[in-house]
Design a protein around this ligand. Sequence first.
Ligand code: KIV
Length: 278
Amino acid sequence: MSATGETKAITPPDIRARKGRAPLVCLTAYTTPIARLVDPHCDVVLVGDSVGMVLHGLSSTLGVTLDMMIMHGQAVRRGLVRSLMVVDLPFGSYEESPVQAFGNAARLMAQTGCAAVKLEGGEKMAETIRFLCARGIPVMAHVGLTPQAVNTFGGYRVQGRGEDAERIRRDANAVTEAGAFSVVLEKVPEPLAKRITAEIAVPTIGIGASLACDGQILVSDDMLGLFSSFRPKFVKRYAELGEQADAAIAAYAADVRRRCFPAAEHLYTHEARAGDVT
Ligand code: KIV
């Protein structure tokens, strides 16, 4: 709370200052109702480009556009009061040059009201991260399994096993030195995530990484059991809302077919009555 009693929104420097302290709670959201549900419990709400797979039925995140991210970012903004909102830069909107990244990140910030952007990539993106951070755009980095590189990796495999660990360590260190205020570590071996967390000066946010990370993130639809076709090992299902929705829809269909719905209490009488407003 601020001195005026208003809830103060969490900022990128607040997140940066949480290194080695109480774990950061992070979830994704793509819509206003989910943003309202997660906001009281989260430090960071990410409008992830996973929206392409989760809400739009795409087979990867590669088809997600900047306009899609802006539309979902605007919806999420309306549902947040306290959490830091971070929006993903989608594939093709930042890799070409720091100038391209700045133009698109600035548009995301101006049109969604987000306070930070996330982009994928390590050493190769360090120059871009430095360019953005020096020009007022806080960056959350993302290394390890970077889903936008699915075709380069040949799938969504664990990254950084064996000798490949050094590559991920270099990536995490490079984005930290470039000025990222936090680093998502996705699908890397636990000892590597622990080592990187001990090594770098900014919070690590794990997804399929380690309990030792400074925070954790999951896709809300995964942990709520809404995106039912996707069951990776790193997702703990905290609810089975997909199964509940299926049962509810089946019950509605049966009621309609048996002419049991609508019942008297769902209908309006000829004369207006108290309770008819809705
Ligand atoms: O797009 C996304 O939802 C993400 C998280 C899984 C980290 O990048």
